[in-house]
Design a protein around this ligand. Structure first.
Ligand code: SF4
Length: 263
């Protein structure tokens, strides 16, 4: 079984070890290339295109994207087994959007489960539910972004409407082992108490969902846009203050959710 899964190929742009974000404990994060959305604030713009790209940083070209087998990914993952065991950690698929490479994502998740490793996926859920459904048996935790309840505003800032995402959130909530809703809090997009309350009310209406994570905007990926020959359009945006994030957290708690700032 491992042989067959190990031969599956996919495209990644990074593997980050010893992460304490994006799921419990110490984790290895596998970043898959390709995303259907184009969020204006995206801190991994090199994740968006599926094609292999060149970034020019400090005058030096750097290739972004690499085709690998599941065996190659697993060889890196299993090196940290003792850390996962001691910390209650595991592996998180991130991106990009793993749902654009479903066979590859599924083979990594299945391989992790054969090793007894906890699995999580960070995803915006923008795919056919048939694709999502096939991954759910191998996922311990689905970390799903809900960015805005207003579809027009969602489309204006991400290039895609939210209907499919909201519909899938309900289906995922019904079938997933655990679903946590995550909200990137972006000033000028979704950072008012009313906008966060609308997302929180949607989250609490989902079956089996009781937790929300609010992720404050940060500009850390902004330099990468120039490195890709692209313009960063959010340079005027300021990271929300701690006090404002606390206010938004309180809004989510009032609605009945367990809320945390950061993921
Ligand atoms: S969904 Fe995530 S990876 Fe895709 S463009 Fe938006 S922020 Fe970037």
């Amino acid at each position: 079984m491992l042989d067959k899964l190990g031969a599956v190929k996919g495209r990644i742009f990074n593997i980050q070890k010893f992460s304490v974000h994006d799921g419990p404990g110490i984790r290895t994060i596998v970043f898959l290339k390709g995303c259907a959305l184009r969020c204006r604030w995206c801190c991994n713009p090199e994740s968006q295109e599926f094609k292999i790209q060149t970034m020019v940083q400090n005058g030096k070209p750097k290739t972004v994207g690499q085709d690998v087998t599941v065996d190659e990914v697993m060889a890196k993952i299993i090196k940290d087994m003792p850390y996962y065991k001691r910390s209650g950690g595991g592996v998180t698929l991130s991106g990009g959007e793993s749902l654009l490479q479903p066979e590859f994502a599924s083979a990594i998740l299945q391989s992790c489960k054969l090793y007894g490793i906890h699995t999580a996926m960070e995803s915006t859920g923008f795919a056919s539910f048939d694709v999502i459904e096939k991954l759910l048996p191998y996922l311990d935790l689905y970390l799903m972004d809900i960015k805005h309840i207003d579809s027009e505003k969602h489309e204006a800032f991400t290039t895609k409407p939210n209907k499919r995402i909201l519909e899938n959130a309900r289906k995922i909530a019904e079938c997933a082992k655990k679903l946590i809703i995550r909200v990137p809090v972006i000033p000028t997009f979704n950072d008012t108490e009313e906008e966060i309350e609308a997302i929180a009310r949607f989250a609490v209406s989902l079956p089996n969902v009781n937790e929300i994570h609010l992720l404050p905007y940060h500009p850390f990926g902004s330099d990468k846009y120039a490195a890709l020959g692209r313009e960063y359009t959010m340079q005027h945006i300021v990271t929300p203050s701690e006090a404002h994030m606390e206010k938004l957290k309180a809004v989510c708690e009032k609605v009945g959710l367990k809320a945390q700032i950061g993921g």
